[in-house]
Each structure stands twice: as structure tokens, then as C-alpha cells.
Design a protein around this ligand. Structure first.
Ligand code: HEM
Length: 399
């Protein structure tokens, strides 16, 4: 019998009979306190473009997913559609904070218009919206304007490499994410949305893409299946992603962290070294500890010589929530390519408590071999506001 290592999860050592997921659910309450502030007004219904009465020609409709309603308890684009669309356009910007509530009302009306499959705005989406979704997040400053108790909800510590970032690449007042199977709709829709926001100034933006899907995952630029261990289904989403109470009830916290990836350096490594850095096999995504792609890594599994099968500095070990006592994060990351020298991983996660992310990133900075091939080039956290329901535009939940 070998002794437990320091790099083994405490929970795993104590309760090896339980699965990691059963350990996680019900832990780490991330509920935000504070009184509701009514920023919501009545959504303005914008008029349709002149040719709006014409329907898109179904024979020209791109091969894309079913329409995704913009209204609901939760914003679209996080768990709806269940599988992320192949493309996204993400913009992080600043806004005129004297007009935040009015901008949210106008933005909500614009979102309803551009996602309305029954009466599409053909001037913006000539073939209809397809599976277009729009997701809106507010950064620390406008959030604190609306409710001072919420400023900490999106506070991030300074992670390794952040000090080197241009100020525009840290934080931001607003996140606009437009996602769709058809990449051509992204630009006109984003232009339309930005026009609804008073004083909009872009800090940075990226076009993101996903690889061919296999089941519900696809490969990242290092060639590994990404997004395997994420909360799935209503019970797991409720336990890990959606905020249950307070002004953000029905919302969640988004962290977006842009990493330039050294694909050349990583690709030059021997295949078994690459697998050791990730903790899974590139071929089929299965954990180095055995099993198939959908299985959790077994952090306690060892070789006959007593070496951990998931190496000490593997990403899957470093990121494992059992070390931080964190919930699961819903990772819906994209690949990006901005230029020949700037391409990589647009890490995007949703969690009900920002510390789920920050505790994990701090641990990656300390112990994750993958970070040697990843340079942060932007970082921000946003409160994803509760969804639009009835006539209510985006804003804080009312009591
Ligand atoms: C720098 C670029 C990154 C790349 C290329 C990357 C890639 C991967 C891959 C291939 C996996 C294994 C498959 C899976 O479960 O999805 C994984 C797992 C994971 N990653 Fe990352 N990742 C990156 C950054 C991050 C960051 C910044 C975080 C959070 C701070 C993170 C959190 C996680 C978590 C929580 C898991 C699941 C671990 C488990 O429970 O098994 N990753 N990542």
C-alpha cells in the first residue's frame, strides 16, 4: 500500500468510495446576497425592417440548429442550445454608465428582434436567425452602479501574466457574445446590438470557432477533446451554474480568459509527454488513469511502482475541483485566430460563484504544466444577468 501524495485531493483521500460528482453537489454555496434593485423597465418593441413581412427562402436556409428562444428564466447561449454553436463573436467593451438601464432596455429589444425566428429582421439576418443566441454580461463598474453589494460578484485576483496586460484587456463594462452555426450572421447582429448601447466602446473582440463535434465535445488547438467534464442537465446546472437567489437569481458568472497557445512548442513534444501534460489521451480523450472519454480522471490511480497515473502537474489534476472544494464550471470555450502570431483558446466558463474559477486558476498558475504553453492575453468576469421574461428587459431580478 502506498502513502497518499500531497497532490492527491483531500476529498478523494477521505472518501474514495464516493464519486467526485457526488462529493461536489451540495457543496460551496455561492449565493449572492443583497437587495434587488429594479433596473428593469418595459421592453420597447422595435419596428421591423421594411421587408420584414417576407419570409426567408427555406431552400436557402443554411444547415443550422433550431431557433433558440431569447426569453426565459436564463439567458440563451449558456445552456441553450445544449451544445454550443460552432461560431461566436465576443466583444468586451465599455459603456456610458449614466445610461446603463436604458441601454439594457434597448439592447433587450434588439435581442428579441434579431432572434425572432417567426418574424425575422431580414435586414440583419437575410436567412433568418437560425440558432443565433445573444448573451449579455455586466462588469464590475455598471454592476456596482445598479447594486453596490454586487461589485464583488465579479472580482478576480491578479493571475500569473495579468500584470503584463494592457488595461483594456483587463475587465470591461459589458460582454456581448453572439453565437451561431452560421458565422456570417455574427457581424451584422453585433453591429445592430452595439448600436443599442449608449456610448459603446470596444476594448477587444474575437471571432471564435469550434472543431467538428464528436458526441458533445470537439477538439481544441492542441488536438485534445475539450469540455468533457462539465455540468450537464438541469440538476447539475442548478447545483453549479445558476445563481439561486438575490438580484442575480437566474443569472450566472462568466469568466472569459483569452490564452495565446504555443501550438508549435506543444506540438514538438513527444505524444506521451503531451498526454501527460493534459492527463488524457489525445487519441480518444480517455483519462490516463483508464476508462473511456466520458469518465472522470482517477487521481488516486497509480502504477505498480506507485507513480500517479494522472501526473502530478497534469492539467486535469491541477484543474480538478476536489482540490479547491469548488463546484463544477460549465466550460464553453472556443478556439480563436486573430493573426499568425496570435491564436489559441478563448476560455469561457460559467459558474454560480466567481471563486470557483479563481481558486482553480490560482492552482493552475502554481502547478499546471499546461500553463507553460498558454499566455493570458485578456481576462474579465461578468455577471450574466437573469433572462428576459414577459415584457421585462435584461436587468437585475426584482424581488
Ligand atoms: C489554457 C488553455 C486551456 C486548455 C487548452 C485547456 C484544455 C483542457 C482539456 C483538454 C481538458 C480535459 C478534457 C475536459 O475535461 O474538458 C481540460 C479540463 C479542464 N480544464 Fe482546461 N484548458 C485550459 C485552461 C483552463 C483554465 C484557465 C481553467 C480554469 C481556471 C480550466 C479548467 C479545467 C477544468 C475544471 C477541467 C476539468 C478537470 C476535471 O475535472 O477532470 N482549463 N482542459
Amino acid at each position: 500500500m502506498t502513502e497518499p501524495h500531497d497532490d492527491e485531493p483531500a476529498a478523494g483521500r477521505e472518501r474514495t468510495g464516493l464519486s467526485r460528482r457526488s462529493l461536489l453537489f451540495g457543496t460551496g454555496v455561492g449565493v449572492l446576497a443583497g437587495a434587488a434593485v429594479g433596473a428593469a423597465g418595459t421592453a420597447a418593441v422595435t419596428s421591423r425592417s421594411p421587408d420584414a413581412s417576407r419570409s426567408p427562402d427555406p431552400s436557402r436556409s443554411p444547415d443550422q440548429g433550431a431557433p433558440v428562444p431569447a426569453v426565459g428564466e436564463h439567458q440563451a447561449g449558456i445552456a441553450r442550445p445544449a451544445l454550443p454553436q460552432q461560431h461566436c463573436l465576443v466583444v468586451v467593451g465599455d459603456i456610458d454608465r449614466t445610461s446603463t438601464a436604458a441601454s439594457l432596455t434597448a439592447l433587450s429589444a434588439a435581442i428579441r428582434t434579431v432572434t425572432d425566428a417567426a418574424a425575422p429582421d431580414l435586414a440583419v439576418t437575410p436567412d433568418g436567425p437560425g440558432d443565433l443566441t445573444v448573451t449579455v454580461g455586466l462588469g464590475a463598474r455598471p454592476l456596482a452602479d445598479l447594486d453596490p453589494t454586487l461589485a464583488g460578484a465579479v472580482a478576480l485576483p491578479v493571475f500569473a501574466g495579468d500584470d503584463d496586460l494592457d488595461p483594456d484587456r483587463r475587465g470591461g463594462d459589458i460582454l456581448l457574445s453572439v453565437n451561431a452555426t452560421d458565422p456570417v450572421v455574427l457581424e451584422p447582429v453585433m453591429t445592430h446590438l452595439q448600436a443599442a448601447v449608449a456610448g459603446f466602446r470596444t476594448r477587444w473582440s474575437d471571432f471564435g470557432y469550434l472543431g467538428m463535434r464528436d458526441g458533445d465535445v470537439s477538439r481544441n488547438p492542441f488536438g485534445y477533446y475539450d469540455g468533457i467534464i462539465v455540468p450537464r442537465g438541469d440538476a447539475e446546472l442548478d447545483a453549479n451554474v445558476w445563481i439561486a437567489e438575490g438580484p442575480l437569481a437566474g443569472g450566472t458568472i462568466c469568466v472569459i480568459r483569452r490564452f495565446r497557445l504555443d501550438t508549435a512548442g506543444f506540438g514538438a513534444l513527444a505524444p506521451d509527454r503531451q498526454d501527460a501534460i493534459i492527463g488524457r489521451h489525445r487519441t480518444d480523450g480517455s483519462p490516463l488513469s483508464g476508462g473511456t472519454r466520458g469518465d472522470d480522471v482517477d487521481l488516486l490511480a497509480k502504477t505498480p511502482e506507485g507513480q500517479p497515473l494522472i501526473p502530478t502537474h497534469a492539467h486535469a489534476r491541477a484543474a480538478h475541483p476536489s482540490f479547491t472544494g469548488s463546484d463544477l464550471m460549465l466550460r464553453r470555450s472556443y478556439n480563436y485566430r486573430a493573426s499568425a502570431d496570435d491564436h489559441g483558446h478563448l476560455f469561457i466558463s460559467y459558474q454560480r460563484d466567481v471563486t470557483t474559477f479563481s481558486r482553480t486558476q490560482l492552482r493552475l498558475d502554481e502547478t499546471d504544466d499546461l500553463m507553460a504553453f498558454s499566455t493570458p492575453t485578456a481576462t474579465a468576469a461578468f455577471a450574466i444577468l437573469p433572462g428576459m421574461t414577459g415584457d421585462h428587459p435584461l436587468g437585475l431580478a426584482t424581488a
